[in-house]
Design a protein around this ligand. Structure first.
Ligand code: SAH
Ligand code: DHB
Ligand code: MG
Length: 231
């Protein structure tokens, strides 16, 4: 393990394949200025999410955990002109910063940031009969992942892709002696993915400027069957 090399390679990848980006750079600067923790996805991870959304042809995206809007901007840029992204953020001040950043990036017409605990907002979206999402990115409190899976399945269709960030946590996910809420939440999330019919999943580990972590990725084929099994 050589975290210094992980940084060097991430910088190499991002400088060769991504390069500077006025709106995203301004988003990180404004987020830093506002005192937000720099726990947004890395540039190459943001572009990975963006490409995934384009590969999938996503028109409706749901994000759980907005922070300053960095990943939301990457994802929203993948949308067609009439596409929409809804992002859920618990903290009202953080949500305001994100809305400002998203507006500066020219994406205000496609993105809605909803303030409130994600579980409450998800219940509200379900109650309102919100149309299903094509892509769902789960990236808030990891202890909430089991709830977010149960709830987002009610906002999914056959073909919905789900991605969860931070599922490795420097290996803690596989350390059964770790009782940290994030590790426990992620293990429960994995167990639920494994147990439910109608959803196929894997996870990949990542190293880079975010340390040692990973993404879980799933495709839902039968949201009703998955929901029923997880009740
Ligand atoms: N997706 C962002 C990073 C999100 S960081 C990016 O990559 O750019 C996690 C965010 O989830 C934080 O802003 C935090 O305030 C928010 N959060 C934590 N618990 C939450 C909850 N229960 N409901 C909604 N948002 C929550
Ligand atoms: C942390 C990193 C994340 O990407 C995230 O979504 C939440 C927390 C962290 O490093 O603490
Ligand atoms: Mg994250």
């Amino acid at each position: 393990m050589n975290p210094e090399m992980w940084h060097t390679v991430d910088d190499y990848i991002s400088s060769t394949l991504i390069g500077p980006d006025t709106a995203l750079d301004a988003t990180l600067a404004a987020s830093d200025h506002a005192g937000l923790r720099a726990i947004n996805v890395a540039p190459n991870q943001g572009k990975f999410l963006h490409l995934l959304a384009r590969i999938h042809g996503a028109r409706r995206i749901l994000e759980i955990g907005t922070l300053g809007g960095y990943s939301a901007i990457w994802l929203a840029r993948a949308l067609p002109a009439d596409g929409a992204l809804i992002s859920l953020e618990a903290d009202a001040d953080t949500a305001k910063i994100a809305r400002d950043n998203i507006a500066s990036a020219g994406l205000a017409d496609k993105v809605t940031v909803i303030t409130g605990l994600a579980a409450d907002s998800l219940h509200e979206l379900i109650r309102n009969g919100t149309a299903p999402f094509d892509l769902i990115f789960i990236d808030a409190d990891k202890s909430g992942n089991p709830d977010y899976l149960r709830l987002t399945l009610q906002l999914a269709r056959a073909g919905t892709v789900m991605v969860a960030d931070n599922v490795v946590r420097s290996g803690r996910v596989a350390d059964r002696s770790s009782n940290e809420p994030d590790a426990v939440g992620i293990r429960r999330y994995f167990d639920m993915l494994a147990a439910a019919p109608g959803i196929d999943s894997t996870a990949v580990q990542t190293v880079g400027i975010k340390g040692w972590d990973g993404f879980a990725i799933s495709i839902v084929s039968d949201p009703a069957a998955a929901s029923a099994a997880l009740r």
